[in-house]
Design a protein around this ligand. Sequence first.
Ligand SMILES: Cc1cc2nc3c(=O)[nH]c(=O)nc-3n(C[C@H](O)[C@H](O)[C@H](O)COP(=O)(O)OP(=O)(O)OC[C@H]3O[C@@H](n4cnc5c(N)ncnc54)[C@H](O)[C@@H]3O)c2cc1C
Length: 614
Amino acid sequence: MGLFGGRKTVFVDADILVIGGGMAGCGATYESRYWGRDLKIVCVEKANIERSGAVAQGLYAINCYMGMQWGENQPEDHVRYARNDLMGLVREDLGYDIARHVDSTVHKFEEWGLPIMRDPKTGRYQREGKWQIMIHGESYKPIVAEAARKAATEVYNRIMVTHLLMDTEKANRVAGAVGFNVRTGDFHVFRAKAVIVSAGGASHIFQPRSVGEGMGRTWYAPWSSASAYALPIQVGAKMTQMENRIVLTRFKDGYGPVGAYFLHLKTYTQNGYGEEYEKRWYEDTKALVGDYIDRHPVPTCLRNHAILKEVAAGRGPIRMVTKEAFQDPHKETVGWENFLGMTIGQAVVWASQNIDPKEINPELTTSEPYVMGSHATCSGAWASGPEDYAPAEYQWGYNRMMTVDGLFGAGDTIGGTAHKFSSGSFTEGRIAAKAAVKYVMEKGKEQPQVSEKEVRDLQQTIYQPLENYRVGRNEIVAGTVSPSYLLPIHGLQRLEKIMDEYVGGISTNYMTNGVLLDRGLELLAMLKEDMSHMGAEDLHQLQRAWELNHRLLASESVAHHTLFREETRWPGYYYRADHMKLDDANWHCFTLSRYDRNTGSWAMEKAPVYHIVD
Ligand SMILES: Cc1cc2nc3c(=O)[nH]c(=O)nc-3n(C[C@H](O)[C@H](O)[C@H](O)COP(=O)(O)OP(=O)(O)OC[C@H]3O[C@@H](n4cnc5c(N)ncnc54)[C@H](O)[C@@H]3O)c2cc1C
């Protein structure tokens, strides 16, 4: 069968196209229908929205809830919290916008059937920490997906979007997207007046600690493959804070969450000799970051920093002291349920390694870095802010619109807004959708124009790895290494090795410098040259090939941003050995990049940070 034999081309016209039906995508789809009763709203997802994205397996806590109905927190408090955790650099306008609306989102989740635990004494939602509320969340994603399914005109599952389409008549305006069905191979062309990208963040950019048969066991889901960044980057959208990768301290080998342990069970950490160690590194950290170390709570990256220093000093491993808390049967139940509700693998790892946390204090470790926009990190696209709150410099049109006309984003896609988590991502999807509907209404009957030639060329490019394999496999009689094509797994391992060794991964203890970054960029460019030789044995591998393409483009962006920011803003996430200190005089700013797909070059610039909340 030739390249296109037996495969259909499906054309879909939409008013609003939502790419990625995770938390933000479901929020966007739901809200698009609320404001756009008569609009055609299409959600396209590479898995199945029923169980897709980072929340697929369920969650045990909603990490962003103000509790304004009980006067627990105000949106300004959350802005201060996120700003502190990100060492001063967040888009306060965007964060405030999410925080002021997030409670209403959580109330909807409860209305739709999500069981939220309540404090029996007060009747309020059971708090795990200042911002987190506890849920019975195994079915969190199906509940949210049901709302999106009912709101959408059509949901297309199992379609991986590979490229955005641009308008042929109007410069810098988005016109839709293309992709392929990962089960049937059908080619899909979506034409849309507005596009909302909500395709999650990126794992497997850096070499993971788990290798070989365990390489899929990462903290962040392996299917989060950087499309949220690559799609906008390809069409020239500006990105921000891509250097702000996140490193997580988690239970060793299973990446089980520690939030409920610290906050609810009140467990704490010790070094390998049973000693407290954080205070030991106070002066050292202060010399690097000044009084950011005195802030409360201590920023996430700085807590990692103390662990890294202690382990490097030879006093590892770091352990979570669970033996005391687990004597209380209630806390023991919560400890196990926490894993069973969201990271079953950690319970299995403990069982298989003879770890009973009542008897043994389990080890913690720091993860490989990930790129995302909704956790204790804020990489992503540079977006226009809310009309009533954003400084003029942060407004160029509609709320959450990127620097490309008609292209919106939410959740992990949007940069500068840490700590939105699942509820905040859904909320941001709603915010983006409301603005996208307004955009579509104001454009009226104006249809974006798509170039037939561009679509045909993309079709050729997308399926080429199948052809490369079909022809090239005849040159070898056995094995997987071919002189004429590169399999996705080989390309992925090459990418991870480059990022790990040159851009601050685990093998260098998160350390890099200008010389390493320059070389890393050269090696990434060589990998990019080889991408036209990708070989895919089947549709599954074709998807892997395109995921690698997306990861590679996002990685280039991370490397350029890391090179541009000449300071170490987040020790514990990564270190610029040639600029080891935080430098507020020169770098209290956002970093922005813009990729030119015609030349393959990146333009970097700084953007001011406005502190709107005192
Ligand atoms: C390990 C982990 C633990 C977490 N724990 C908590 C917690 O306890 N509480 C909490 O509130 N939050 C938690 N979060 C945060 C929360 O999961 C995220 O904030 C949220 O899922 C982000 O929403 P999103 O829509 O941006 O991404 P996702 O929810 O990940 O959705 C992205 C969607 O895009 C789809 N997609 C990707 N690429 C393509 C493509 N090319 N074409 C089509 N579709 C595509 C994916 O399949 C997916 O469905 C956690 C996150 C992680 C990773």
